[in-house]
Design a protein around this ligand. Sequence first.
Ligand code: GLN
Length: 253
Amino acid sequence: MKKILLLALAAVMCAGLASCGSKTEVENTDKTYVIYSDNAFAPFEYLDAASGEYVGVDMDILAAVAEDQGFKYEVKNEGFDASMGAVQSGQADGMIAGMTINDERKLIFDFSDGYFEDGQIMVVKKGSDIKAEADLAGKSVATKIGTMGTDYAMSICDTIGFDTVNYEDSPTMYTAIENGTNVACFEDRSVVEWAIKEENLDLETVGEVINPKEYGFAVKKGENPELIEMFNAGLKNIRESGKYDEILAKYGY
Ligand code: GLN
């Protein structure tokens, strides 16, 4: 009898403590935000074979921001286009996926402040005779659905005269170039450079970085405004505390 009473008392005390300790607004105290991400976009998010966990700059920044702001979340690494779809359909509360902030996307997403800058670069097979965009005439270019690299390829394909083939993710696109199915793609510079170095890919970059812009955390336009506020506040805090620099340094920046 006494034991049951004590247990009940402990439960009441715990419940009290949990709500007092929370930093988030009352209505969101117990909410677990569902955040979608890319599934193969190192160094921003990728499966670490040793731990079986997704790691990377985005995963670490999200974890640090959530800890700083005291919100709960779970990540689903489903791919880039799938993430954009999940946010738009309301299946996801937000996404972090090396996603470039641009005006077109601002029509349907709200973005956080930028946390990393990158642009796209042309990628070909090592030793390829494709030395400039004009050499793509009459050839076939690999594109990854929904990305800035795809937008860029589509913006020049008619003028130069090349075909495009869509792929779901970055690794498949790289393989298509390595095996000669396609001659080139346009990919975020830091991502393809990481892949070439860390995975020893038979690829090289050509020319200059196109369209450098900031990456941001995104929610569906008008939804979850508190999530953007918390992300921005947390990002500011981790920049000030040195945690942000520590995360980037861990991945070689
Ligand atoms: N930064 C690029 C974009 O936003 C690519 C993102 C990605 O493939 N995960 O379109």
